[in-house]
Design a protein around this ligand. Structure first.
Ligand SMILES: [Zn+2]
Ligand SMILES: [Zn+2]
Length: 151
């Protein structure tokens, strides 16, 4: 499939970039140009270099192994099968959101009831009669007319 070969290509490319960035960091640390720091989150001594952007190999953040793992879990992986899955999930979520928006809102029934109550009140009907007409207590009729929450 074209899609998957394209995907593999991108995956290999990202892998290369990452490996290159780490090689640069290792060299910089050995030469003393870059000094390994303790974990920026918890202060642990044993840390790994984390790149927010592999194209900036010397721009690193130092994180202990668990926090480094956390960081990557919270990020979208640059490429890989997981990204594809995440995109699918995002797509599905977006579709659900759109579907929810185009669906008539739950309050439609209540809204039209409130609208009718207001209409009846405007025509001069008493709350007791509005209640009887719409099948609710006069107190409730009063409440929905006075507080038209559903516009
Ligand atoms: Zn840590
Ligand atoms: Zn990292």
């Amino acid at each position: 499939m074209k899609k998957s070969s394209e995907h593999n290509k991108r995956y290999r490319h990202a892998h290369k970039e990452r490996a290159a960035a780490h090689a640069i960091v290792n060299r910089a640390v050995r030469s003393g140009y870059l000094v390994r720091q303790s974990c920026e989150k918890c202060g642990a001594e044993k840390t790994e270099a984390h790149h927010d952007d592999y194209s900036k190999p010397l721009a690193v953040r130092w994180l202990c192994i668990p926090h480094h793992k956390d960081e990557h879990r919270s990020l979208l992986p640059p490429v890989g099968p997981k990204l594809w899955q995440l995109r699918q999930n995002e797509k599905r979520k977006a579709q659900r959101r759109i579907a929810a928006m185009s669906r008539p809102i739950k309050e439609t029934k209540k809204a039209s009831l409130a609208e009718r109550a207001v209409e009846l009140r405007n025509s001069g009907m008493k709350y007791r009669d509005i209640g009887l007409t719409l099948g609710m207590s006069s107190a409730h009729a009063y409440k929905i007319v006075m507080q038209p929450v559903y516009k």
